[in-house]
Design a protein around this ligand. Structure first.
Ligand code: PLP
Length: 430
């Protein structure tokens, strides 16, 4: 079947990129558990290595199971191509790698997944890259942070640990003006709830570990390219616009046009950084994506019910769910993620740090884990775990203060989730 972009999301999540297996007719995408592929002849091998013909060489670069997942991710996000890799964190490095260089900086939102704050504020310094953190509601501060060495702007659509929606339209207006790519981490929203490319994103990154696979089984990451950025408009992106010595001086943008970033991600990124996804993980993720819209609808419905209940409970100080009318970001939901504000949010418990620790121990259905975006409901006390490496200032900026608990609402019966929270709050708050 054709992968017409006119097809609806529910059709694309099942069919995009997949075809009956040409060798066996297998309807489900086989797990191509192979490291390498036999060349037709020496000439075929040479063409593949020169990127003159697209095909399979070695599974560090390309694999047919992963290729289906890449095409499906591109279709769901409305991009021209995608590169899958081993984890969400790998996807972030893979997205930045062709853009950055020693002495270059990226501007990142203060509201990010805790691991991303650590990756950006600490680890990337080893590459000579700098991240500047800015409150993305303060667009003047964002503009002021951009300088001649800025190469990317990075934010999350629905930001972890929850309750904040980035005004992607306002941010992309600034990146367009500055001639910079906007990278949006769409993990918490998924392409079902938010399509960042329609709001001006250049690249969309994902941790497929979360909602896309959906049941907490495998790790994975993806970078989807909008194909809309002109890498040759300035001299800022030489990896994409200038001759590449490893491919006989070929220029990726000139040769591959809108597919330049995707080809570079595979031919240089995966080849040399080696953060490759494995075909088993791609299979689990493809299985998960087939039911993405059904699950996301239920995650949103359940989150709305649980957040509303929590907001009306005396033991709870506040709930930051953008799907609640009380949220300052409620108006952005209709524009940025019209099908709902996701399944992830935080709430603050009266009784502070100690009550939060008791609460997570007393919950029964909710599992105390570092993951999110699972079919089952999950809870974590961010200040003592995922955001532990952050300073007090970073904790507040990330919305992860000491009395804050993050929950990822699953697709169980919502009444059972509410009953579980009720009994645990009683134990936590006395
Ligand atoms: C989990 C997560 C990541 C990191 O993904 P991994 O697959 O764990 O490497 C990045 N961003 C967000 C928003 C996440 O939730």
């Amino acid at each position: 079947m054709s992968d017409s972009p006119k097809q609806g999301f529910d059709t694309l999540q099942i069919h995009a990129g997949a075809h009956p297996d040409p060798a066996t007719g297998a309807r489900q995408t086989p797990i191509y558990q192979t490291t390498s592929y036999v060349f037709r002849d020496a000439d075929h091998a040479a063409k593949l290595f020169n990127l003159e013909e697209v095909g399979f060489i070695y599974s560090r670069l390309t694999n047919p199971t992963i290729a289906v997942l890449q095409d499906r991710m591109a279709a769901l996000e409305g991009g021209v191509g995608a590169v899958c890799c081993s984890t969400g964190h790998a996807a972030q490095i893979m997205a930045l790698f062709p853009l950055m260089g020693p002495g270059k900086n990226l501007i990142a939102s203060t509201r990010l997944y805790g691991g991303t704050v650590t990756q950006f504020s600490q680890t990337i310094k080893r590459f000579g890259w700098e991240a500047r953190f800015v409150d993305f509601d303060d667009t003047d501060a964002l503009k002021a942070a951009i300088d001649d060495n800025t190469r990317a702007v990075f934010c999350e659509s629905i930001a972890n640990p929850g309750g904040y929606i980035t005004d992607l339209d306002a941010i992309s207006a600034i990146t367009d003006e500055a001639g910079l790519p906007l990278i949006v981490d769409n993990t918490s929203a998924t392409p079902y709830l938010c399509r960042p490319i329609e709001h001006g994103a250049t690249l969309v990154v994902h941790s497929m570990t979360k909602y896309l696979t959906g049941n907490g089984t495998v790790m994975g990451g993806a970078i989807v390219d909008s194909g809309k950025f002109d890498w040759s408009a300035s001299d800022k992106f030489p990896s994409l616009s200038q001759p590449e010595p490893a491919y006989h001086g070929m220029k990726f943008h000139e040769t591959f046009g809108p597919m330049a970033f995707t080809f570079h991600g595979i031919a240089i990124g995966l080849r040399d950084l080696g953060m490759t996804l494995n075909p088993q993980a791609a299979h689990y993720t493809l299985m998960g994506i087939e039911t993405l819209s059904l699950r996301m609808k239920r995650h949103v419905e359940n989150a709305e019910k649980v957040a509303t209940w929590l907001e009306n409970d005396d033991r709870v100080e506040y709930v930051t769910y953008a799907g609640l009318k009380s949220s300052p970001y409620y108006d952005r939901v209709a524009r940025i993620c019209p099908k709902g504000a996701g399944g992830l949010f935080t709430f603050a418990v009266k009784g502070g740090y100690d009550a939060c620790v008791k609460l997570v121990d007393a919950l029964d259905i909710f599992s105390h884990v570092a993951n999110l975006g699972d079919t089952r409901s999950l809870v974590i006390h961010t200040a003592s775990t995922t955001h532990r490496q952050l300073t007090a200032e970073q904790l507040e900026a990330a919305g992860a203060g000491p009395n804050v608990v993050r929950i990822s609402i699953g697709i169980e019966d919502p009444d059972d989730l509410i009953a579980d929270l009720d009994q645990a709050l009683t134990k936590a708050c006395g």
